[in-house]
Unconditional design. Structure first.
Length: 449
């Protein structure tokens, strides 16, 4: 266990989603204990100072002005860190009665343990480490029974506004579950129409509303299918299809009059009428007119685009993106080239105006490399020339019957001028003088030429 400055610590971002801060007597009791005895149990943290366990002790330490707090550092993955956050809080703080926080914890634990829940199934489980984790483990961890676990987890499908109503206790979990089966789009439309008054409906009323909206959504899907069929018949323009077109138009008008949008507006209208306030009369009139227009709107003409054309359009869209990318790259290169040309033009202007010409300075290290390379080339040329001369002398002497193998042997024995030692070519003249003296001694003056 070690200590760390409280200023280096920070709450875990998921803590507020899973647990509420302590308040009331429970919080004051913990605060008094820390004030008298200090923080006895270390805060569990990540290496970067993120708190896994000890958010309430952290709050109290800040209030009391405690600068150093005991910590235990856990270097774990983000998923395991989140699990430790839940596990430690469940052990220390016990049950949290907020249904939404329970729902979020249950969802995480089911995913972390790999438990796949099916409605009505009590023995769903998956091997986790050396033990089997089941739906019962998830339910026990969040303080519900297995029967209600699926209902609790379904609350995660609510839009944030409805989740807030559940957390505040205004919207019951049973009614909230019914709303959670609706699509987010319908949930939002319903909330915008009714606001918090949606929480005033009984479970039976909410269940009936869900049934009506789901039926209306299915009718909207059927409307879209019929509109596509109608557009295709109109496009073909055959005389024998006229009767079928009329039937489709009537059917579409009937379905449009029962769309989920109409049902939602009717709910708002009903709520306003029940409230009976004078200031709502204008809104009631607007709703009545909008509902009437939706029920009697003309059948929309839906243009049917062939699949081949759709694919061609998508291909052109992709090509347009590629061309745009190439265009940006070329523009970038063009700008860089323009800047370079501008610098060159500026230099030319300076030279034309008589600016002093700065001679090119070769760095000493580079000059040394170039000099060594040139010397090496010259030595190689000299060596090749010398080798050719020696071989010519040997050939002539050999043809004349002389014992001149020593010339070649001597040449290759020269460690400092042979193929393995390219240094010492300044002694080549001395070596040649030695050969000349040998030829004079053997009385072969013609070879001296």
């Amino acid at each position: 266990m070690s200590e760390m400055s409280i200023h280096r610590l920070k709450p875990h971002p998921k803590n507020v989603e899973y647990y509420a801060d302590l308040d009331g007597e429970k919080y004051e009791e913990l605060k008094r204990s820390i004030e008298v005895h200090g923080i006895r149990d270390p805060l569990k943290i990540l290496p970067d100072g993120t708190i896994l366990a000890g958010h309430q002790r952290y709050r109290i330490a800040k209030e009391l002005g405690i600068e150093q707090v005991p910590v235990a550092i856990y270097d774990v993955s983000p998923e395991e860190a989140e699990y430790l956050l839940i596990a430690d809080n469940e052990e220390r703080r016990g049950e949290d009665n907020d249904p939404m926080r329970k729902a979020r914890r249950a969802k995480f634990l089911a995913e972390y343990w790999g438990v796949k829940l099916k409605r009505g199934a009590r023995n769903d489980f998956r091997q986790f480490g050396e033990s089997q984790k089941s739906a019962k483990d998830v339910a026990d961890a969040v303080g519900v029974n297995v029967t209600h676990l699926h209902r609790v987890m379904k609350l995660n499908d609510l839009i944030p506004e409805l989740q807030a109503l559940v957390s505040s206790g205004k919207l019951g979990t049973s009614a909230a579950e019914q709303l959670a089966y609706l699509s987010p789009e319908i949930q939002r439309s319903l909330y915008e129409a009714l606001g918090e008054e949606i929480a005033n409906r009984t479970f039976a009323e909410t269940k009936e509303l869900r049934r009506r909206l789901e039926e209306a959504e299915r009718r909207d899907q059927e409307t879209a299918r019929l509109q596509a069929e109608l557009a295709e018949l109109r496009e073909q323009g055959r005389e024998e299809d006229r009767k079928k077109i009329e039937q489709l138009e009537r059917r579409i008008r009937d379905l449009q009059a029962q769309s989920w949008r109409v049902v939602t507006l009717e709910q708002e209208l009903s709520a306003l009428r029940e409230r009976g306030r004078k200031e709502d009369r204008e809104r009631i009139a607007e709703l009545e007119q909008e509902i009437e227009e939706l029920k009697n709107r003309p059948v929309e003409r839906v243009e049917v685009v062939p699949e081949a054309v759709k694919q061609e359009i998508e291909a052109w869209k992709r090509r347009a993106v590629e061309i745009e990318q190439q265009k940006r790259e070329l523009e970038s290169k063009y700008q860089a080239t323009e800047q370079l040309l501008a610098r060159y033009e500026q230099k030319i202007q300076e030279l034309r105006q008589g600016a002093p010409v700065v001679p090119l300075q070769v760095p000493p290290a580079l000059q040394k490399i170039e000099d060594e390379h040139e010397a090496r080339v010259q030595r190689r040329k000299l060596y090749t020339k010398l080798e050719r001369a020696v071989m010519d002398i040997w050939t002539v002497c050999h043809q004349a019957g002389g014992e001149v193998d020593w010339v070649v042997d001597e040449f290759y024995r020269q460690q400092r001028v042979g193929p393995n030692g390219m240094e010492g070519f300044e002694e080549v003249s001395a070596f040649m003088a030695k050969i000349v003296d040998a030829l004079r001694a053997t009385q072969r003056p013609r070879l001296l030429k």
